[in-house]
Every structure is written in structure tokens, then in C-alpha cells.
Design a protein around this ligand. Structure first.
Ligand SMILES: Cc1cc2nc3c(=O)[nH]c(=O)nc-3n(C[C@H](O)[C@H](O)[C@H](O)COP(=O)(O)O)c2cc1C
Length: 197
């Protein structure tokens, strides 16, 4: 697949539709290598990628359950089961974090988060190029202090996303995409609110 074909054909694959085999060690390394090609203002390197595989997935799921029970002590059994099953399907979960520099003179925190988002996109496109599927999710777990603590993150740091990675089940079809022209215009000067309608 050439680069344009890769970029144009990626679709998110929900974790339940991802299964074994996981990428080999070498392929996973190649996929991860693309993450550190993300634009990074000030060369801050805020990214941290935690690879969760095998039995560690169940351990992460238990942390999700504990976090839920801290937020909602009387959470219904169905909600607990949902958390427990979150990491069950995809063979690899990459927890993409930003360890942010809060007092950088020129690079605000948002740029460090954006850099981590760009790194995630590289990972997802690289995975697709290598024949694997992926899904990015956040939900309440991404901002939960108990979950963040498990990744040695402070309050200011962010879990930018959980990237679920695996082999897509067969038979998935591409979803329709909007026409980019709807989102583009030639800017020739300030746009008034009336003209923007
Ligand atoms: C930052 C971010 C967080 C997301 N978090 C969730 C989430 O928690 N749960 C979910 O179902 N989808 C979430 N999504 C949406 C999916 O990752 C995915 O983008 C969506 O299903 C559309 O699929 P597509 O990538 O094929 O367009 C999130 C997307 C982004 C960009």
C-alpha cells in the first residue's frame, strides 16, 4: 500500500472487532517508531507510550474497575463488567500519555497534547499500513486520577488516548467520508459572521 492509499483507507476498528494475531515484536517497533516522527514544538518529547499486552491487559481492566468504583461506589454490575471487558479483545493496548511541561516559555501545554495526538495518528496509520486495525478511545478512564496514577502521571499530565491494536476481523467495510470541500475555502481576507453562514 502506498502512503496515500494508507491515509485514505484507514478506518477505526472497534476493539471487539480486533483480535489476535498482534503485530510481531519487530512490526510493533516499526509502528511505534513512527510516533516519534510527530511534530514536536521545542523538542519537548512529551510522549510516553505504555504497551499493555498479555496478562497486563486484565490488570489494566481492574484499574478501570477500581476507578469506576471510586467515581460511582454503587456502580451497576453491567458497568463493572463493561470496564472489565474493555481490554479483553484487542491483543495490544497502547496508552498514549503526555508528560507535560507546564512552565515552558514558548510551548503551551496544548501543543504538547497536540503533538501526542499526532503521534497517535502516526501509530494508527502505520498499524493500518502493516495490515493491522486500531481504535482510539478516551472516555472517563483517560482523565481519571486513579488510572493516571497507574501510569505515573501528575494532575497536569494527560492520557491522550488508549489505542487498541490488533488484527481486524474479516468482512469490515469502509465507512463513508465527507467531501473535504465542505470544510475548505480560499481565504482572501477576514470573514464576517454573515459571510460564514
Ligand atoms: C481523542 C479521541 C477520543 C475518542 N474517544 C472515544 C471513546 O472514548 N469512545 C468511542 O467510542 N469513540 C471515541 N473516539 C472515536 C473513535 O476513535 C473513532 O474516531 C470513531 O469511531 C470514528 O472512526 P474513524 O476513525 O474511522 O473515523 C475518540 C476519538 C478521538 C479523536
Amino acid at each position: 500500500m502506498d502512503t496515500m492509499e494508507t491515509l485514505m483507507s484507514r478506518n477505526s476498528i472497534p476493539p471487539k472487532l480486533l483480535s489476535e494475531p498482534a503485530p510481531s515484536e519487530d512490526t510493533l517497533q516499526e509502528i511505534l517508531d513512527t510516533a516519534v516522527r510527530a511534530p514536536d514544538h521545542g523538542a519537548i518529547q512529551p510522549w510516553r507510550f505504555h504497551i499493555v499486552r498479555g496478562g497486563a491487559r486484565a490488570q489494566l481492566a481492574e484499574i478501570f474497575v477500581e476507578a469506576l468504583l471510586k467515581r460511582v461506589p454503587d456502580a451497576p454490575e453491567a458497568a463493572i463488567t463493561k470496564e472489565r471487558n474493555r481490554t479483553r479483545f484487542a491483543p495490544v493496548v497502547i496508552v498514549a500519555c503526555a508528560k507535560v511541561t507546564t512552565d515552558h516559555p514558548t510551548v503551551p501545554i496544548i501543543e504538547q497534547i497536540v503533538s501526542t495526538g499526532a503521534a497517535i495518528q502516526n501509530i494508527m496509520n502505520a498499524a493500518h499500513a502493516k495490515g493491522f486495525g486500531s481504535f482510539l478511545s478516551t472516555g472517563k478512564n483517560a482523565s481519571d486520577p486513579h488510572v493516571k496514577q497507574a501510569f505515573n502521571l501528575t494532575e497536569e499530565d494527560e492520557i491522550v488516548g488508549f489505542v487498541y491494536l490488533g488484527t481486524p476481523k474479516p468482512g469490515l467495510s469502509a465507512k463513508p467520508r465527507p467531501d473535504v470541500k465542505e470544510f475548505c475555502s480560499e481565504w482572501t481576507g477576514p470573514i464576517s459572521a454573515a459571510a460564514a453562514e
